[in-house]
Design a protein around this ligand. Structure first.
Ligand code: FRU
Length: 482
């Protein structure tokens, strides 16, 4: 929801997801909670609807849902474009950028020098700083940038910085071609290499980008999560977010499991990382697109949006640690009176006949005691549709957008995407967040997550549920989100 929502009425315009008023965006950047405001910066090209010289756009929110657009925070300069990175509240003024007892907001980002790249050098990506003393409205770049120089690695970017309290130091988690390098610093300016991780672990179908490192608590035990975005090489093609679980001791990340895990199996969550300075609550936000077609999706005024903010948790399923995702509870600030349907027992159920048309953004929550194959079809009167379902024999969820509307802008777009189910529970708890041009599936109580975008010629407003055996749905709750 945007402050200027009167101008947010174009076809396919997300209503409950952040999107820039106009022009191109990709990764969310520098997300930080400060003085009761959530800041969102993002990769932004204000002159076109395709990727170009990168700026950091800026928006703030008090509840993660209603966003106010603000002036561009960072512009390209003689050192290059402003690529992805993070922001921290430097509470102890370790950087010395603070003034009169005021803690600075410090942004740590990649300077990407297009001239260097063209000239064939390998050192065109370097890490730099900027700081703000007025709540992120205006920024001053550090005059001794860059602070971390490239040692000769072509892809050397996307610093995610966090405070490591036991050693009273900052840790930078950096994507370095096909692995992660950890650096540490006492003042955000002088960085020392600590270790490398991952060359032989996880998925390597593309370069590693946009990492994140943070602990979650499982049964009183600290489990560290290392997020590594990868492009291409995702589980359903193109870009996607993988993660590792393990331990971090201030120097080295030691995984406790080496299988490849994905935070979101769908095609359209990428470059996702978490907010800084939110205590033990971990709030994740991704870019809701895929590099495979992001530049050609059929929107005219703007391109791309973010996912819904998601709260991360950790669970053990069998021997495996799994990071779970759920839409943040703040989403309910948009909730209209819910329509609840109880005990659906049939092979086919016309939700629309019972609950009326569901146009625009809404949430669908389904719970069942017995897990059966089912499909939920969202369609319009042009017979375009998106089908979300569970296939019991394959033990997987799917989102099928083959006949979703405009699909021929890219040949791989019209597809059925799948995600495994992990738990062996017989019950099901599933939440879908549906906006004009996207669906986010949080299945198996958040253990399997998928995001997909689509571009129907008319919004979907009909919902039908089908099954090959008798459905046994305990409750289905539909809530419009306004
Ligand atoms: C990820 C990414 C980052 C980079 C930015 C450039 O989507 O490629 O690695 O910093 O986008 O816009």
């Amino acid at each position: 929801v945007s402050s200027s929502s009167s101008t947010y009425n174009e076809p396919h315009r997300p209503q409950i997801h952040f999107s820039p008023e106009a022009h191109w965006m990709n990764d969310p950047n520098g997300m930080v909670f400060f003085n009761n405001q959530y800041h969102l910066f993002y990769q932004y090209y204000p002159d076109s609807t395709v990727w170009g010289p990168m700026h950091w756009g800026h928006a703030t929110s008090k509840d993660l849902i209603h966003w106010q657009n603000l002036p561009i925070a960072l512009y390209p300069d003689s050192l290059g474009y402003i690529f992805s990175g993070s922001a921290v509240v430097d509470i102890n003024n370790t950087s010395g950028f603070g003034k009169n007892g005021k803690a600075p907001l410090v942004a740590i980002f990649t300077h990407h020098d297009p001239k260097g790249e063209k000239s064939g050098s390998n050192t065109f990506q370097n890490q730099s700083l900027a700081y703000s003393l007025d709540e992120g409205i205006t920024w001053k770049k550090y005059d001794s940038n860059p602070v971390l120089k490239n040692p000769g690695i072509k892809d050397f970017r996307d610093p995610k910085v966090s405070w490591f309290e036991p050693d009273k130091k900052w840790i930078m988690t950096l994507a370095t071609l096909n692995d992660i390098t950890f650096y540490s610093s006492k003042d955000l300016k002088d960085w020392t290499k600590e270790s490398e991780f991952g060359q032989k672990l996880g998925a390597h179908g593309g370069v590693w980008e946009c990492p994140d490192l943070f602990p979650l608590t499982y049964n009183g035990q600290k489990i560290w999560v290392l997020i590594v975005n990868i492009n291409p090489g995702g589980p359903n093609g193109g870009s996607a977010t993988q993660y590792f679980t393990g331990n971090f001791d201030g120097h080295t990340f030691t995984p406790n499991q080496t299988n490849t895990k994905w935070l979101d199996y769908g095609p359209d969550e990428y470059a996702g990382i978490t907010w800084s300075n939110t205590g033990s609550r971990k709030i994740f936000l991704g870019w809701m697109s895929n590099w495979q077609y992001a530049n050609v999706v059929p929107t005219e005024k703007w391109r791309s949006a973010t996912t819904v903010p998601r709260e991360l948790g950790i669970e053990k399923v069998g021997q495996q640690f799994l990071v779970t995702s759920k839409p943040v509870s703040e989403l309910s600030t948009l909730a209209a009176a819910p329509v609840a349907i109880k005990n659906i027992k049939a092979r086919k159920f016309d939700v629309t006949a019972k609950a009326g048309k569901m146009e625009g953004p809404f949430r669908l929550e389904l719970s069942a005691d017995k897990l059966e194959s089912y499909s939920i079809t969202f369609s319009n009167k042009l017979d375009e549709n998106v089908v979300v379902g569970f296939d019991k024999a394959a033990n997987e969820y799917y989102i099928d957008r083959t006949r979703s509307g405009k699909v021929d802008f890219e040949k791989g777009f019209a597809k059925r995407h799948t995600a495994p189910r992990f738990s062996s529970r017989q019950s099901e708890k599933m939440t879908l967040i549906v906006d004009n041009a996207s669906i986010e599936l949080f299945a198996d109580n958040g253990r399997s997550t998928m995001t997909a975008i689509f571009f129907p010629h008319e919004v979907y407003s009909n919902i039908q549920i089908k099954s090959t055996s008798n459905l046994n749905i305990k409750s289905l709750v539909l809530t419009k989100l306004k």
